[in-house]
Design a protein around this ligand. Structure first.
Ligand SMILES: [Zn+2]
Length: 557
């Protein structure tokens, strides 16, 4: 009898533990490839290895029609949305930067004057944290549900690519410091007082330096890059230390030029070596933090920033961009092999997506008979001020205009006893007359109307009442805002950008792999905000506070 009771008691206590250990992934791996479009998965696939992107597609699940559902499509909002399951209207990360009315200053998404950078050799007085993120993330929920036993580590080349995915409670976020001379991975006093030993050791091993001792030549013979435009063309920017945007990139000789401007190790950011360096660092993080062997599910976010820098500099038609993706494919193969060996293929759950896409270079579009152009924002600002001066008398009517949203001078409007919503309407009515602008919605419109579809809805999902401007504009497809007064025509715009709600900026990869992920593909229209709620269902943990996505039912069939 006693034995039966003992066995029953043991069974009651042991069974749930056994279930959670066998069914749950030991590690979730989130990969964000900065500025990768959905079509890049197919455009270059003939020359992918068998163990990278092609393996994720072959053995995992591919959502081919994944679209961002808000404007603007930038890095910080993208990372915040992927991990929170919310849009900027809720999580508050409305851009990489935005204008703060209370201080009349532009703030950056992760900037925090209450913190300091940890691990840099530079003296600094300005740190970083996720405090501007207004909702919780899937990583926060995992930490809370396990009473903070789950470890969450987030790594990237960019600060925002590391900090936002970790949410408020990550054990650590690390990013690459191009300002300090040794090219270290650094963190913030928000997470720690000093870097752990393994990070210091990694830094001291001098990997950033040794990667820059190589020069960058194409992986395959350069004349075989038929998916891209010719290496030397008018659409690309020549980077520091080079006179043309062409291979090879001899870093040893370019370093001197970068060093002069105090940015020697920023070369890592415009090199495929940046992706390899980050992969090495992520593998070291998994090993040293013993991720996947804590008895609960751990989480690592890896955000690859280099494709974004290469895209901005050279554009998506470039041999440089193609080669960076081909080499990233090898880095991902290396990462998967390492995960298989240390965690075991069925013990980790992986997803891969992107924070936004990119628009083809304007001159490239025009040369090929496609629509596109630039919107001269400084000129708009002058014209708009003149318009308001003639209507209401002269004044500094516009506090800030970043090409997407106009922040009006509320004090002046009050002083002149004008109605804010009427002035907003006047501004919107003026802007809509400009040739490059398709839509102009006022803050009053966005606060009182509910847009149920289309581009207006996307704008509303990216609008935050406390942080956004008074009038938000949408340009015509493939028109990009130009804020640089020195650029007079589209021919002078080199490289690409992103930020719109159009397909080229919105359509991104979404691949799932490992653990219980079935094999298959879907063309159902889904969004990156569906990732976090899907993870909640897999892990049986609460939805992030602002989650508005839908679990991806195909993954649970
Ligand atoms: Zn980005």
């Amino acid at each position: 009898m006693i034995r039966i009771i003992v066995i029953t008691v043991l069974f009651l206590f042991i069974t749930p533990v056994l279930i959670s250990q066998t069914d749950q992934p030991k590690l979730v791996v989130g990969i964000v490839v900065d500025q990768m479009r959905s079509d890049h998965l197919y455009k270059y696939q003939d020359r992918f290895s068998n163990g990278g992107f092609k393996r994720l597609i072959r053995e995992g699940y591919n959502f081919k029609n994944t679209l961002y559902n808000y404007i603007p499509t930038y890095t910080a909002p993208g990372h915040a949305s992927i991990y929170s399951g919310a849009t900027p209207s809720t999580h508050g990360i409305i851009g990489n930067t935005w204008y703060q009315r209370s201080t009349k200053q532009v703030v950056t998404n992760i900037g925090d004057t209450n913190e300091l950078i940890v691990g840099t050799e530079e003296v600094n007085s300005y740190g970083a944290s996720p405090r501007n993120l207004l909702s919780s993330t899937i990583t926060d929920q995992l930490r809370m549900v396990t009473q903070f036993k789950s470890k969450v580590i987030s790594v990237s080349i960019k600060d925002r690519g590391a900090i936002l995915p970790g949410g408020h409670t990550a054990n650590a976020a690390y990013w690459h410091d191009w300002k300090s001379s040794p090219g270290y991975f650094i963190s913030s006093s928000y997470y720690m007082e000093e870097l752990p030993k393994w990070v210091s050791n990694f830094n001291k091993s001098g990997k950033s330096d040794s990667y820059l001792k190589d020069s960058w030549s194409t992986l395959y013979p350069i004349d075989s890059y038929e998916a891209s435009a010719a290496d030397d063309n008018n659409y690309e920017r020549a980077i520091g230390g080079k006179t043309s945007p062409t291979f090879p990139y001899d870093y040893e000789s370019m370093r001197a030029r970068y060093k002069e401007i105090g940015a020697e190790f920023q070369l890592i950011w415009v090199s495929p070596a940046g992706n390899s360096l980050l992969t090495d660092f992520a593998i070291e993080a998994i090993k040293n933090e013993k991720l996947g062997s804590n008895g609960v599910t751990d989480f690592i976010n890896i955000s690859y920033s280099v494709p974004d820098i290469i895209g901005h500099t050279f554009g998506p038609q470039s041999v440089e961009f193609e080669d960076v993706i081909l080499r990233l494919d090898r880095d991902i193969e290396n990462l998967l092999n390492s995960l298989d060996a240390t965690i075991g293929n069925k013990n980790y759950l992986l997803f891969l997506t992107s924070d936004h896409g990119s628009v083809p270079v304007t001159a490239y579009l025009r040369d090929n008979k496609l629509p596109g152009g630039i919107a001269q924002i400084p000129q708009y600002q002058v014209n708009l001020t003149n318009h308001l001066n003639s209507k209401y008398g002269s004044g500094d009517w516009i506090e800030y205009f970043d090409g997407e949203s106009v922040y009006l001078n509320h004090e002046l409007i009050k002083q002149k006893k004008l109605s804010l919503s009427v002035v907003q309407r006047v501004v919107a009515d003026y802007l809509i007359t400009l040739d490059e602008i398709t839509a102009a919605l006022t803050a009053s419109d966005l606060q009182t109307q509910s847009y149920s579809h289309g581009i207006n809805q996307k704008l509303q999902k990216g609008y935050h009442s406390k942080r956004s401007g008074d009038v938000l504009i949408i340009l015509k497809p493939a028109y990009v805002p130009n804020l640089n007064p020195k650029i007079a025509s589209f021919q002078q715009m080199k490289g690409t950008t992103h930020g719109s709600g159009y397909a080229y900026d919105s359509h991104v990869p979404m691949l799932w792999f490992g653990n219980s992920i079935p094999n298959g593909e879907s063309v159902r229209k889904v969004s990156v905000i569906d990732i976090a709620p899907s993870l909640s269902m897999f892990l049986n943990i609460p939805l992030p506070s602002g989650s508005e996505g839908e679990p991806l039912i195909e993954l649970f069939d």
